[in-house]
Design a protein around this ligand. Sequence first.
Ligand SMILES: O=C(O)CCC(=O)C(=O)O
Ligand SMILES: [Fe+2]
Length: 610
Amino acid sequence: MNPEKFVKLVPELEHYVCTTLIDRCKLDACIFPFLKVIRDIRGHDFFESSDNVLDFRDLSGENAKQIERAIAELRKNITRLRPALVADESKILQNEAFRKILHDSRGAMSDQYTDKPFAYEVNPTAFQERLIESIVGMQPRMEQDPTNDEQGATQARSLSSTAFDKVCQELGKGIAGERATASFACGGLIPIKDGKPAQQSEAKQEYLMSSTVQICFHPADFGILESVEQVLLPRFNSDVQNLLPFRRLTAELYKLNVYVGPSGLFQKHVDTPRAENQIGSLVVCLPAPFEGGNLVVRHHGKEVDFDWTPDSGWAIQWAAFYSDCEHEIKAITQGNRVTLTYNLYVTEHMCRSSPEKSIVSPRSLPIYSDFKDLLREPGLMKYAGHAKFLLPSGLKGADLAVYSALFELGVEAKVLPVLKQGAGPDPSRVTPGEDDYPVEDDYSGEDEGEPYDVYPEYLKKGTEFPVDYEQYPYRIPIDSNVDRYWKMLYLAPHPLGIELLVDMHTESVMGEPVDKLTRGGFIGAHLNPYATCDPGGGGECPVTQTLNSTWHGLYHPNITWIVEPAHREMAFTYLAYGNESSIETLYSCAAIIAIIPPFSERGSIFEASK
Ligand SMILES: O=C(O)CCC(=O)C(=O)O
Ligand SMILES: [Fe+2]
């Protein structure tokens, strides 16, 4: 292949588009509050009026004073946020170029800020509110902002965003694939009350007394097996198998171990599988007080340390792990430690009842300590932000591990649908087994008939261009805090033609990912059932409006996927009008969205995790 010559690289293009959009949003954030003052005085007709918008000679009294204050505010904000725009700050409204901008903005604003509420205006959920807050506070996203930047700060930020990408990669490795470490082990505890296990099902009244080793105990009676299934089994199933509810675990008692203090131990070893379908071992520790004797399980350089001492006298404690995990029992310093070990086999059952609630202790999950360490890292999302984890089909395996660990650490997390371009295979186009991720038809309303070639032009010749973008139809309330307001506005624009850039880029030989510009996606307010949308009467139903009205979605400009989405569901079908109307279906995938507070606010998390 003949490598094409480029004078600009993709990161430069990203930087160019981002700075252009930031400039635009800063300008709007200064101008919209100013225009609103005029509208409040002149009424809604102001938007349609052909008069000179900036002629205030007819105003007097309070109105005149208000306009004066608004002009002063505008001047102050523009001088600070867009200093290059009006060199002579004292005569801002006499500046011809600026007057033109104001006139144009009036048009833009009349679409956005009508007096009627938008049909698709919705109140964000409390979680969405906090998501918005965290986006607005998120510093790395603003790294391209040239006006608040000294060089050192820029470097530090791009370093921190590189560090962030690294952390995400590491987490991704832990969660997905062959060497996943998120869920190689799990464990839990069943309290004993009045000599009986508190959670024993009613059907089985026999129980085990530690004094008379009478083994009527079976882990299945306590929901242990079902919980272990949720964590350990998914890795052994393909995605398709995961959708079919017929695989289960069975446990077969293998032996009873008695370790006598002060020196009993069991050296490092790997259990020998007894059959092809054995996937792991389950250790159940019977209630009897002892000290020491920690069970340490290791897998690909990660370890989980099961310290059963504190609860040994009053609870049945258990741990399960994959067959290939090395493990050892440290020396017992006092008392007797009695355990039953079971071999865990995968079997196929025709019906499976899923336990209402997992009894796995989140702290027993390998990912728990990963997250804890991460949150202690000041460099990670110093200024708050959020990360998303894939949820392929229900909370199982690594997803269950991730979710439970986050929950235990007090990190706010929710499972929400995300609609993302090219995110995972479209079931109608990809046959199972093919790991091909087609780029979806654009849902941004872009006109496919016109090739949008500004990006290639920029890359090949360095030709600068006005960035054309589509404003997502939220009504962002005018905010008198201009810094907050411009960042809010910055959530809305979607640069047009980005998807074509991705297409083009995939075919080119530049070998760098088109990254920040294509990270956006819609996050729904709730997990929604599949829906259809028809505005009725043959009216137009732009997909972005549909997203808002049906989904109550929030566009998020920068989503980092820790693992690629693997499974998508039909989200909704809508009528698309072009030269010919057609029916389009959008697909979404569920993700775990966690809001990680800024470092300075993570104290309570550390408190909670003690
Ligand atoms: O007693 C334990 O905690 C584990 C025993 C064990 O590893 C085994 O029996 O293979
Ligand atoms: Fe063992």
